[in-house]
Ligand binder design. Structure first.
Ligand code: HEM
Length: 177
């Protein structure tokens, strides 16, 4: 799964027919998250689309993560915060993994708990919501760029981007709670 494709110039494409069977939403029937999922119309098909796109995104994850921190580091107070609590090198690796997981194709209680835990880590270090939200914009922009730039089928790529935006929105719902 972690092996980057050798041919980084090849354009990605896939057959989306079985996407709805490949994605999975695993919560108990009365879980409060269902109404949030319904509001943004995040479905198993969305998760399946992300799952199918994941192998094509892998070669670009390092670049995506670097671009993210480049923009965060432009804010002096955020740079200080990172150096005080961690390092750019470490965080690039955790962010890379985090974005990769957004394309795994399933969400469950552990997924939600992990996001809540990440939110509390950021709260603890004093990251203000305005910066947290600004950072999400960068994640969205760089993933969008890479997906679109290397797509053989722009219509399909737009659908994947759409599904990704829903998962990103869910994450914002979770971390701002
Ligand atoms: C830690 C993701 C924004 C600073 C982390 C971790 C993840 C993550 C996955 C690792 C948590 C763990 O240890 O398991 C994200 C995402 C962001 C975001 C998805 C936005 C969309 C930011 C911003 C800053 C930042 C804007 C700027 C200061 C840090 C620091 C840690 C951290 C310093 C390490 C905290 C510690 O270990 O004490 N982040 N992050 N993050 N993040 Fe972020």
């Amino acid at each position: 799964k972690h092996v980057a494709r050798n041919d980084m110039n090849a354009k990605w494409d896939f057959n989306q027919e079985q996407a709805d069977q490949l994605g999975s939403i695993q919560f108990s029937e009365n879980h409060k998250i269902w109404s949030q999922l319904k509001m943004i119309q995040l479905t198993e098909k969305d998760l399946g689309m992300l799952h199918m796109a994941q192998p094509f995104l892998l070669p670009w994850l390092d670049e995506i993560s670097e671009a993210f921190y480049e923009s965060v580091l432009q804010v002096g107070s955020l740079k200080e915060m990172i150096n005080q609590h961690s390092s750019v090198e470490k965080l690039q690796i955790t962010l890379r993994k985090h974005i990769e997981e957004m394309f795994d194709g399933f969400i469950n209680e552990a997924y939600v708990e992990k996001r809540m835990r990440i939110a509390s880590i950021h709260y603890r270090i004093g990251l203000e919501p305005k910066w947290y939200m600004g950072a999400f914009q960068k994640v969205q922009a760089v993933v969008f760029e890479r997906l679109m730039m290397h797509a053989a089928n722009p219509q399909l790529a737009i659908e994947v981007v759409h599904s990704f935006n829903k998962v990103l929105n869910l994450e914002q719902q979770l971390v701002l709670e």
